[in-house]
Design a protein around this ligand. Structure first.
Ligand SMILES: *[C@@H]1O[C@H](CO)[C@@H](O)[C@H](O)[C@H]1NC(C)=O
Ligand SMILES: *[C@@H]1O[C@H](CO)[C@@H](O)[C@H](O)[C@H]1NC(C)=O
Length: 245
C-alpha cells in the first residue's frame, strides 16, 4: 500500500499532511447563562452567523443559570453527553461563560466556588474529549459618567485566573465587549437592547454583533480554528474600528 503512493506519483510530503492532518469540522457547545442563551444572548447568532459550513453546534445557555444551578439542573450533564455523541465526527469545543447570576448575593455561589466550578467544568470537558474555552462575562451596557459601569470585573479576573492556573484556553469577552460599548457610546449601545432599558440582554442584531466579537477574539488567540469560522469582514472591521454596527 505504501508503494502505491509512489507509483501514482504523489510526493509523500504532500500526501501525508492531507491524509493525516485534515481537521475535522468543529462542534460548538455553548454553556452559559441568559447572555449566551437563545432569545437574549449571543449564542444562537454565533451558531448561525459565525460557524463555517460543515461545522455546527448547540446552544445550552440557560437563563438565570449560575455555575452551580447549571450542574444541579442537569444542563451540564447534557453538555458532557453531547461531547461523547459528537467527538468522532467533530472536534468538540465548549465555551463556558458565567458570572452575571453567580455574582448576585442571593446566588449561593461565592467567588471561590465560582472559580472551582469553572475549573471543574473545564477539566470534565477535557476528560470527555472536548476542548474548553472559558469566556469572561459579556459586559452589561449601563453607563455612568460616559463610561460603561464595570460590574463584572471580579468575575472577569476570577475567570482568567482559573484559565491561567489550569492551562485552559480563554478569551476576554468582558473587556472586548466593554471596549466596544465604550467606543460606540450609550445611545448606540441601547440599539442592541432586547427590550427598552434592558442593558444586559441582546436583541437579534445585537446578538449578531456580539457573537462576532466572541468569534473574533477566539480567532485572534486560536487562529488554528480559522477553517471552522464563517467570516464577516465588514462587521469585524466596524467592531475593530469601534464604530456602531
Ligand atoms: C444583597 O444586596 C442588596 C443590594 O446591595 C442588599 O440590599 C441585600 O441586603 C443583600 N442581601 C443579602 C442576602 O446579602
Ligand atoms: C456583515 O456585516 C455587515 C455590517 O454590519 C452587515 O450589514 C451584513 O448583513 C453582514 N452579513 C451577513 C451575511 O451577515
Amino acid at each position: 500500500m505504501r508503494l502505491s503512493l509512489l507509483t501514482i506519483g504523489l510526493p509523500l510530503t504532500l500526501a501525508i499532511p492531507f491524509s493525516f492532518l485534515a481537521a475535522k469540522p468543529v462542534y460548538w457547545l455553548l454553556a452559559g447563562d441568559s447572555t449566551t442563551a437563545p432569545a437574549g444572548g449571543w449564542g444562537d447568532a454565533y451558531l448561525s452567523t459565525t460557524v463555517a459550513l460543515g461545522s455546527s453546534g448547540h446552544n445550552y445557555g440557560h437563563s438565570g443559570a449560575t455555575t452551580k444551578s447549571f450542574r444541579a439542573g442537569g444542563d451540564w450533564a447534557n453538555v458532557i453527553e453531547d461531547i461523547a455523541t459528537n467527538k468522532a465526527k467533530y472536534d468538540v469545543y465548549v465555551t463556558i461563560q458565567f458570572g452575571h447570576n453567580d455574582q448576585k448575593n442571593t446566588s449561593g455561589v461565592t467567588v471561590a466556588q465560582y472559580k472551582n466550578n469553572l475549573a471543574a467544568f473545564a477539566s470534565e470537558v477535557k476528560t470527555a474529549g472536548g476542548v474548553p474555552i472559558l469566556l469572561t462575562p459579556l459586559t452589561r451596557r449601563s453607563f455612568s459618567g460616559g463610561k460603561v459601569i464595570q460590574n463584572l470585573a471580579e468575575q472577569r479576573t476570577a475567570t482568567i485566573a482559573v484559565a491561567e492556573a489550569n492551562f485552559i484556553k480563554y478569551a476576554d469577552l468582558n473587556i472586548a465587549s466593554e471596549d466596544y460599548v465604550n467606543s460606540i457610546g450609550s445611545a448606540a449601545a441601547d440599539k442592541y437592547n432586547l427590550a427598552t432599558g434592558d442593558r444586559t440582554h441582546l436583541n437579534e442584531w445585537g446578538s449578531v454583533v456580539f457573537s462576532r466579537i466572541v468569534s473574533d477574539i477566539i480567532l485572534a488567540k486560536y487562529s488554528e480554528l480559522e477553517y471552522a469560522v464563517k467570516k464577516n469582514e465588514t462587521l469585524s472591521a466596524l467592531i475593530k474600528a469601534g464604530k456602531a454596527a
